[in-house]
Design a protein around this ligand. Sequence first.
Ligand code: LR7
Ligand code: MN
Length: 590
Amino acid sequence: LTKDVVSRRVSPGTRRGFALTEEYAKRLRKSNEDLPKITEHTTMPNTHHNATTLAKKTHKVLKLDATTVPRNQRAPGAGGLPVIEQRLRGHKKEIEAGWERSKFNEYVSDLVSLERSLPDTRPVRCHKAEVLDSLPTTSVIMCFCEEAMSTLLRSVHSVINRSPPHLLKEIILVDDASTAEHLKRDLDTYISRFPQVKILHLPEREGLIRARLRGAEIARGDVLTFLDSHIECNVGWLEPLLDRIGRNRTTVPCPSIDRINDNTFGYESANENMRGGFTWGMKFDWVSLPPKEDDRRHKDIWLQNEIIKSPTMAGGLFSIDRRFFWELGGYDPGFQIWGAENLEISFKIWMCGGSLEILPCSRVGHVFRRANPYKFGEAASRLTVFYRNCIRLVEVWLDEYKKVGYFLFLEPHVENEIANAGDVSDRKRLRDQLGCKSFQWYIDHVYPELIIPDLRAKARGEVKNRAMSLCVDAMHGEKVGAYFCHGEGGQQSFTLRMDDKIMLRWFYSVCLAAGLPVKNHKGAFLLTKKPCTHPDVIAWNHTKGGPFVDQKTGKCLGVVMLTPEERLVALRPCTQQRVQDWTFQNYLVE
Ligand code: LR7
Ligand code: MN
């Protein structure tokens, strides 16, 4: 191996990289000497493009370097730069087809080298950090379903090129029964040149959660590192992760997730002052650091192993001690296709004796997609799959808070889906056996900033005018309408709070308020939406099935017809007629 190859196949020690101890540097050199020689091959193998277009599109092979300076600065995407529009001219059809197939700009991805250089996005202070001389090894597990060839291979190359060989036990690719032809033979041929890469073609679609379990079952590294199949590992990404586990086997570190632009494939640095939270709809959410944490980070700019303790993880990218993963029972194998496993493992890690961290000194880019390139199956939609997974999660881990989860987002679907979510008694038993702490403990100690909505209310659900067969509809924008009742909740779902204000849905802290006078309707005022603490918010007198009377003006909730299409709700002089009577779907206090 030439010196050049060695230097580009290891990751740390570059400008901002962490400090190398002599012992660690020795191990690294040794592991590089043991490397089998690989052939340079960084262009796209022939997949759905015919040979001529491929020849036109592939540029000179880019020699990868792990520093900030690309070798061929003009290659598309080199150095993590966005691919410029000029390159796209005259390719509209192919570009559209690529979006359709992969839900990102696959045409652009195909232009970018499979081994491009990236900007080093680690904070400068990372160079003060040191890692243990002796680190655990890792198996990298990457599941994919209908992934574009170029993103998949770029992911694989980035792992091979930027992981010290002695730490990378193997890469396990799990093909979750993709139907695309190129993900079978072509892929097998391509990766056969890499002895450390194994591929598992699942005969049946398992979904990402069980696919990960299949990969984890055959993994032999000390640590499991899970990655999505459209990522790029940046320089020095691996050592900080393994270092945290080497120091404490119950620590579960995640890299900071940079963004690979889904249109231009530009590599964009992540905002560091964020960590993982969640919504009561059981969705992962980025939240800003609480002031105390933020302060600590700003004051202590030379902080050595800089870490952010995080209540949850996004789900796709993390390392975990292999034995610890199985002690925790892996993932719930009852989870289908996509979703909720990220919160399950987050809650479980914290509640059952571990801890979860984000490491700003470890960077991995991810292509955020707005839609999925794979199907959700015949029986259920994307949403029902997600609901059922949420039900399993909530039943097993949320204790008395499960009511909050159910009420807030899953209604009105929850009733229908509970029966479809499957049996969770095994998972509950597992939690008991592990002796995990309560969800209350998790909130108190890990996520005290979490806002817990007040579940008490006088009434909930749609607000129906029986005489006119209309429902109050929050719509979008300023106005509040009266529409036919669709029964789907959403914008027609309200809460009559204990303070007599009508709030949108269950949680938004937005209430119905008095707005502008209505032209040509004497004494009528439109309704609008304001934060529930705003002085224009209306408190109502109401008894079941009767009128809503504004406590301040004595006016009643009514309907004005502005045009035959536009019906809005308004405050109007009371008439004692049935057209001003309203019924909430559920009255909770008599
Ligand atoms: O049926 C499937 N089989 C699969 O193998 C469906 C998906 N997959 C693969 C897929 O090819 C991909 O590699 O599983 C991986 C994740 O699927 P994505 O990329 O469609 O998911 P996502 O990136 O939109 O969603 C995030 O939340 C998911 C919840 O189940 C997973 O935890 C994803 O790993 C997770 N991704 C990340 O955390 C990356 C950072 C995103 C953020 C924030
Ligand atoms: Mn993803």
